[in-house]
Design a protein around this ligand. Sequence first.
Ligand code: HEM
Length: 521
Amino acid sequence: MIEIIVYIIVVIFIVMWCYFKWHNRPFEKLAARMPGLPAYPFIGSLYTCIGVTSEQLRSRILDLVKDYNLGPIKCWMGPYFGVFIVRPEDIQIVLNSSNALQKGFVYNFFKVILGEGLFTAPIDKWRIHRRMISPFFNGKLLEQFFPVFIEKNRILIRNVAKQLNETQVFDLWDYIAPFAFDTICQNTLGYNIDTQTNKNECEFAKAIVKTLDLEGMRIYKPWLYPEFVFSMYLKLTGQQRVFETVRKFPLQVIKEKKAEFDQRKKLIDAKIDVTNSNEHQSKLFLDTLFELNNGGGNFSDSDIRDEVITMLAAGSETNAITICFCLLMLAIHQDIQDKVYDEIYDILDDSDHMISIEDTTRLVYLEQVLNETLRLFPAGPMQLKEIQEDLKISSSDYVLPKGTMCVISPLVTHISPDLYSNPRDFNPENFSPENIAKRHRYSFIPFSGGPRGCIGSKYVMMIMKVTVSTFLRHFSVHTNIKLTDIKLKLDVLMRSVDGYPVTIQPRHKRPTYKRNKKPLR
Ligand code: HEM
């Protein structure tokens, strides 16, 4: 009997192995020609990630690309065939191909948290939802978010002012992260939460960071790929509760807001005027989802929940990380800070009047500084696209077979010496109009690109300009660390290992050209 069982197991194993080899033929054919990492059964090339910290992982990836001279590089992610795409010409082809809209298999891990919101949605669903949601983040509608930026910045400045003249450094993150969360909450949910003042109020914000990190860690550990193994891992390590927390908060808010929406609709149907509130505008995003839901727009309750969680997750930490890095860069590079402040002063002078949307469009040097921050510290360091049909890229005439996972990494492309001189220095001149014109458009991809690029890029550039300029109008920012002291860790997002340590001083409201002038005798 035992012999028969063993015989059956061996036969099953051989059949599976043959199927696997047969299925992988096109990949193995290409892998034989393409340089890159060797692979071992089951773990593929991910042995390079075993036992390394997320900080070491970043260095390994950068070394890898350097060793292979930016060419397409093969890398087996467990059983999946992957190719690192580094050159801008190839990135452009992949990001704009209608056959590369599907996200890679690892995005399925995030469905536990984000459901099928835009970030994780399969192509058919994504197409419909993206068309419905895009208008909120484009053009004129963006203006509706502006009053919220101003109000949340007012609270931020009031809170940060407590650190004025302290000699001890503080971590910018402690102030900027709650600010970014409150802002996106108000703008997407119309929900006025104030975690800036009441830090313990929202467990959700902490839980979302934790869950995204847990799922991100899974990418490099193929033995955690099967769902049941990962759930067991969560149970054994007592971490499954954070996943429940992530779901609870948005559901509770959506329920509340839906009741308000239904109430308002009843009044409107009864022809009673409800156009009173300032709040109306910030409710627009969720209200429209409710309208799609009510009007048979093929938008279910779970679609609402998934899109809401996706916006909260995608739109708060990324924003906070970039603002923190930007202020830290300005603290390290005082000359650049002076130049940014001079520009702010030229546009807004030394009065206390609030910045307007028009003012933000004139802050062109600040925009260069923000772009340079996103170049060196792209919050979303890696993306994975699974191609649906064979795709020819320009480097070395390779044709990537259907099913290949294309790994695109701003982290890697942004520090290529072929594209940027002294790529590890912080130099906003990289984004002067002349220098931009000299480079390929896809040399700078912090928001990815093509039809599936970041939906929030305009929104976030605007909020970052408002926040950094408001901060600098009130304070000058300082630090005792150097650029080379910053250690980066690579999870789903890329952050600083040791936070963003700074001190602040009251701003002398005079531009450098007035400050440096010798007094007349
Ligand atoms: C500095 C801040 C931000 C950075 C660096 C950033 C970066 C990115 C990147 C690289 C992607 C592509 C990810 C992938 O394909 O794996 C992406 C997608 C996305 N981002 Fe952002 N993002 C930022 C802010 C925001 C904000 C503020 C929002 C919302 C208000 C947002 C919403 C989204 C959504 C919904 C997607 C998925 C788009 C789709 O698949 O259609 N992001 N973002």
